[in-house]
Design a protein around this ligand. Structure first.
Ligand SMILES: Nc1ncnc2c1ncn2[C@@H]1O[C@H](COP(=O)(O)OP(=O)(O)OP(=O)(O)O)[C@@H](O)[C@H]1O
Ligand SMILES: O=P(O)(O)OC[C@H]1O[C@H](OP(=O)(O)OP(=O)(O)O)[C@H](O)[C@@H]1O
Length: 209
């Protein structure tokens, strides 16, 4: 194993906050880092390579060891249940998972339909509540489901609450708070402990800053 540290960065909304945090931790990221369409970006003076992946795929790259470290939302960690270590709460991309629906909707008593991008999280939540539901997996625009009659309720991310409000939906139950986490491949954690410890230390200093 070389000493190069490969970090899987999520494209999309976590990217900017994560890049900002790395810069605050004094990693010299190249200016084109933010605009480039390249999917592999080397920072040779830091001995770091970044790979840019879809947020849900970051854990896959880290679990398979092709990335040593990654940044992933806790929502993804809960849903994917992968064999990776979660070493640091970066406290960025704060949001929460909630159950929502139309106000005063009459629920189907037998097995209400719940649309979500998080079928495992939703199933275990309703199981714990002792409620039998039918889960319908969607990949986005979850708020559409109750409006169009596909589902009685949804389980989705809420941040500002604007998407719920603009679609006439109300929050019914708060499931759990979500932030992004630094995750590590277990083998890399042993083999590249110095580089990973340094990354954790430098990021720890700028959390919440
Ligand atoms: N509205 C939000 N506000 C803050 N953080 C959010 C919000 N929505 C999602 N997140 C967090 O950011 C992560 C990435 O979200 P993003 O919307 O970039 O990707 P995605 O929806 O998984 O991917 P895509 O839409 O590209 O398939 C999520 O896993 C979650 O942790
Ligand atoms: O409370 P808010 O600040 O309105 O944010 C919540 C919305 O953000 C996310 O969707 P995203 O924009 O990622 O789109 P998606 O529906 O394609 O997942 C989430 O799934 C909600 O729809």
């Amino acid at each position: 194993m070389s000493n190069l540290l490969t970090i899987a960065m999520p494209k999309g909304r976590i990217f900017e906050e994560a890049a900002d945090m790395l810069r605050k931790a004094e990693y010299q990221l190249p200016p084109e880092f933010d605009e480039s369409r390249k999917l592999i970006l080397d920072v040779p003076n830091e001995n770091i390579r970044f790979i840019l992946a879809k947020p849900m795929d970051v854990v896959t790259y880290v679990e398979h060891g092709v990335a040593d470290v990654g940044i992933a939302g806790k929502d993804v960690m809960l849903e994917e249940e992968r064999d990776v270590y979660e070493v640091l709460d970066l406290k960025i991309s704060e949001c929460y998972l909630a159950v929502a629906g139309l106000p005063n909707a009459k629920l189907d008593d037998v097995a209400p339909k719940v649309a979500t991008k998080y079928p495992k999280v939703a199933s275990s939540y309703f199981r714990e509540q002792g409620e039998q539901v039918e889960i319908i997996k969607l990949n986005g625009s979850i708020e559409l489901a109750p409006l169009i009659g596909l589902a009685d309720r949804i389980v989705d991310i809420v941040s500002t609450g604007r998407t719920l409000k603009e679609n006439g939906l109300v929050e019914l139950e708060h499931i759990c708070n979500i932030t992004s986490r630094l995750i590590v491949n277990p083998v890399s954690y042993r083999m590249k402990d110095e580089a990973i410890d340094e990354l954790v230390e430098r990021l720890s200093k700028v959390i919440g800053g």
